[in-house]
Design a protein around this ligand. Structure first.
Ligand code: WT7
Length: 653
């Protein structure tokens, strides 16, 4: 790893923006100088410029009770009004908001006026079902326009959405519904993936089967026309929307009104409900979407390929682009259906000018080869973005050369579910970019790389990434668990002179120019295809199976997905003869899929007799990672039994 990093840090290629790109850059150097001169004044100005406030704010930041921040807290706004009505009122109602592509080839282009009306109807439906400001609504949908409509309708009435990625299982769905005490679930009969209609509603039915949940109503979008079981609490979305008025006046809500909860994996088994609120969140997603993506809303076509079930979809499919009045593409399916050039075909068709995707996708396309994208006209592209995990320089170069025709800037954007919006990124018209580095904090954001001692590491050194000042789109807490919020992010560096520092969980290095290189997680969180998974969550799922006595899970390097889940399990003595290794492995992989979802399914399961533990009983995952990655096994001296690694690696040959 460190050899690779040193190599990276000697990356000497530099790509300044072309003169033409720089000449029309949306962002100017003044952003940096203004933010440096008066950080809070800068954010107040952005909030006023980018958003419509029903009631203007007079206070920018309240940080009197850290780490509980309040931004713009005496102001009032309506998030959906900002994403919809005001664009229509400004005369842009005929502008396309969404060019939607269904996987089977059905399409829909929806203007801002149409989207506004549909959201108004959905808001009226929710009100009719008794949903009130502050109530939680769970959304479990494929990538169809109704997902966007549902989120905005919830926001419009001041309620709180919790979107659950469609790849999560019934059990994951249930625990998230319970934790948030959702009163309504919005789902669909199914969606299209890999050429097939995949049912979704059965998972909702299973999650609610025991009958003791907080959910009163399930709204069902008709997407695939597949058979569904019908319960008393179920209502068809289209019937309900047709039965209500298309008029709805947006009410103002306080800037700190909760907007959504989004669950993400932490270092323990239980997912954390990350809470975001309204005014600060919308300010920073709109600001970053405009400046990092150099957005010209009259002419650009933006495409962020993330699912709305993740934070990237919340911030850069729904809230950022719509707050800025952008036109964008929304695609339901997988990149290779019905043919491996599907994405490039969509870019050609809609003349996409800005593409935002993940390194894992880029590496998959690299493997398929440049002949696929070269079948299509990609000259509409003028800017490319990357997010989710470190992008290796080879992938960065391929992205720029093959997809970006050797000329488009590539911005590598670092942020998290918790940060709500982009924190570190080049600004494409200003920054000279470096393949593989996220580079610089965006204007108004204060980032540092420090050692365990809390000291700045200095250029050329590595350490831990921290955010040193509160930021507008920061998480406001973990739903129902203020203690965990403090412990997870703020306790490690709580004694800094200007208040606690936010510890992101990522390692980073500063190069000789002071640019930031992200090095991956320093905790037990894995990153598989840009998705966050917890080792502890998968371990507890494995030991919940009657065959398993103990388990340890590690994220091992994977060429395409960044990391892959590799599990080591000890099978209970009574079960050891029952089945072959292959059978056990298949059973356990299916078990994890059922318990958490297919994204958590281990790539490999190794059956072992012992796990490497320290004398205090802590599993040494570092050593298991060495085995899983086929490396020389590192220092084993702190193991309680030093012969174990020998036995484990021999058993794997
Ligand atoms: C973790 C957050 C925020 C978008 C999707 C992931 C890793 C994210 C980068 C990047 C290196 C990155 C970090 C971070 N990460 N972007 N550009 N370079 N690493 O959100 O699921 O909350 O995961 O993703 O490790 O902590 P998330």
């Amino acid at each position: 790893m460190s050899v690779q990093i040193d190599h990276l840090l000697h990356e000497s290629r530099r790509f300044p923006p072309s003169p033409e790109f720089a000449a029309t850059s949306v962002a100017t150097e003044a952003l940096y100088t203004d933010a440096a001169a008066d950080r809070l004044g800068f954010w107040a100005e952005q909030a006023r410029d980018l958003l419509h406030w029903h009631k203007p704010f007079t206070r920018t930041l309240d940080w009197t009770n850290p780490p509980f921040a309040k931004w713009f807290d005496d102001g009032e706004l309506n998030v959906a009004y900002n994403c919809l009505d005001r664009h229509v009122l400004a005369g842009n109602g005929d502008r396309v908001a969404l060019h939607w592509e269904g996987e089977p080839g059905d399409t829909r282009s929806i203007t801002y006026a149409e989207l506004t009306e549909e959201v108004k109807r959905a808001a009226n439906v929710l009100l009719g079902l008794g949903v009130r400001a502050g109530d939680r609504v769970a959304i479990y949908l494929p990538m169809i326009p109704e997902a966007v409509v549902a989120m905005l309708a919830v926001a419009r009435i001041g309620a709180v959405h919790s979107v659950i990625f469609g790849g999560f299982s019934a059990e994951s769905l249930r625990s998230r519904i319970d934790d948030a005490e959702a009163v309504v679930v919005i789902t669909s009969d199914g969606g299209y993936r890999k050429g097939r209609a995949t049912p979704l509603k059965p998972a909702v039915d299973a999650a609610l089967a025991s009958g003791d949940s907080s959910v009163r109503t399930v709204l069902v979008v008709n997407r695939t026309g597949g058979d569904v079981e019908w319960n008393e609490r179920d209502k068809w979305w289209h019937e309900e929307l047709a039965a209500v008025s298309g008029e709805h006046e947006a009410q103002a809500f306080p800037a700190e009104n909760p907007l959504f909860i989004l669950y993400t994996s932490g270092t323990t088994g239980k997912p954390k409900g990350i809470l975001h609120t309204s005014g600060g969140y919308l300010t920073q997603v709109a600001f970053t979407h405009k400046n990092v993506f150099d957005l010209k809303p009259e002419t650009d076509v933006f495409w962020c390929t993330a699912d709305v079930g993740w934070i990237t979809g919340h911030s850069y499919v729904v809230y950022g682009p719509l707050a800025n009045g952008a036109t964008q593409v929304l695609y339901e399916g997988t990149p290779d259906t019905p043919h491996p050039g599907r994405w490039w075909e969509i870019i050609e068709k809609h003349k996409v000018s800005i593409l935002y995707t993940a390194p894992t996708a880029i590496r998959t396309f690299m493997k398929i080869g440049r002949q696929e994208p070269q079948k299509f006209d990609l000259t509409s592209l003028r800017l490319l973005g990357s997010v989710g995990e470190p992008i290796n320089p080879e992938a960065w170069m391929w992205y720029r050369e093959v997809i970006g025709n050797h000329i488009t800037p590539v911005v590598d954007t670092w942020w998290q579910t918790e940060t709500g919006a982009i924190m570190i990124s080049a600004l494409p018209g200003l920054t000279e970019t470096k393949p593989g580095a996220a580079q610089v904090a965006i204007p108004g954001i204060s980032i540092d790389v420090i050692g365990e001692d809390g000291e700045h590491v200095g250029h050329g050194n590595g350490g831990l990434l921290v955010v040193t000042e509160p930021w507008p789109s920061m998480l406001r807490g973990i739903w129902g668990d203020p203690e965990r919020f403090i412990e997870t992010y703020w306790e490690k560096f709580q004694d800094a002179p200007n208040g606690p520092l936010y510890f992101a969980g990522d390692g980073a290095r500063l190069d000789r120019d002071g640019d930031i290189w992200l090095l991956g997680r320093v905790d037990d969180v894995m990153n598989v295809s840009g998705h966050r998974l917890s080792t502890a969550e998968i371990e507890s799922s494995l030991v919940a199976h009657p065959m398993v006595a103990e388990s340890a899970v590690v994220g091992a390097h994977d060429e395409t997905t960044g990391q892959a889940v590799v599990a080591f399990v000890i099978i209970k003595f009574s079960q050891t003869d029952a089945a072959s290794h292959a059978d056990i492995s298949a059973v356990l992989r299916a078990h994890v899929t059922l318990q958490i979802g297919a994204i958590a399914r281990p790539r490999e399961i190794h059956i072992v007799n012992e796990l490497p533990k320290t004398r205090s009983g802590k599993i040494m995952r570092r050593l298991l990672r060495d085995v899983a990655e086929g490396r020389e096994i590192g220092d084993t001296t702190t193991l309680a039994d030093t012969s174990i690694m020998q036995i484990i690696s021999e058993s794997m040959r």
